[in-house]
Design a binder for this molecule. Structure first.
Ligand SMILES: [Fe+2]
Length: 187
């Protein structure tokens, strides 16, 4: 079970403990570089950009909410992994599990001596959050799933997409702006 505030800071390192996340991003980037499919619903440049920008926003929102910034970043880095690696959008949250498990396994098998593993609980939190992220109207018990829905909505807005009135995205974006003390309303 993922609890809220019990995340240890990595000993011996200064700064934010996000080195596991950085390594995961490089594994994902290596996979993305090898893709040859040109017939994609979503262009690869958009998928990669959205991965990085939601991941950075996630860290800030996690800090504000007392959540672990690295785990929030991992959730967001993985959230559209199916679309990034296949080009397909339909059911991409539901279908992401295979890629999440594959990439985390690759990470855990190759970084044993340098970095901590990504635990089963963390992997489960990522899978569960990604699975439900397309439904922006439902409020989740899992704080990381909620953070993903909020940050995904905000990032798409910042990229110029207008949220649909009934998509559930608009109230999420507005409440993020309020909580960040930014005087801006999406209407
Ligand atoms: Fe998505």
């Amino acid at each position: 079970m993922i609890s809220k505030n019990n995340w240890p800071i990595e000993k011996g390192r200064k700064g934010l403990s996000v080195w596991r996340l950085n390594r995961i991003l490089s594994i994902i980037h290596e996979r993305a570089k090898k893709l040859t499919v040109t017939d994609r619903e979503i262009p690869i440049v958009w998928s990669e950009m959205h991965m990085y920008t939601t991941m950075q926003l996630a860290k800030l929102v996690a800090m504000q909410r007392g959540l672990n910034p690295e785990l929030a970043g991992l959730v967001c880095a993985f959230h559209d992994i199916y679309t990034l690696l296949t080009g397909a959008h339909k059911d991409h949250g539901l279908l992401a599990k295979q890629y999440i498990v594959e990439i985390i396994t690759e990470y855990n098998e190759n970084t044993r001596d340098e970095l901590s593993p990504i635990t089963d609980d963390e992997q489960q939190c990522i899978i569960e959050s990604v699975k439900v992220h397309s439904d922006k109207q439902t409020v989740e018990e899992n704080a990381y799933a909620e953070l993903l829905k909020d940050v995904d909505s905000l990032d798409s807005y910042l990229a110029g997409f207008t949220p649909g009135r009934r998509s559930g995205r608009m109230p999420r974006i507005n409440s993020l702006f309020t909580s960040l003390n930014i005087d801006h309303t999406v209407e």
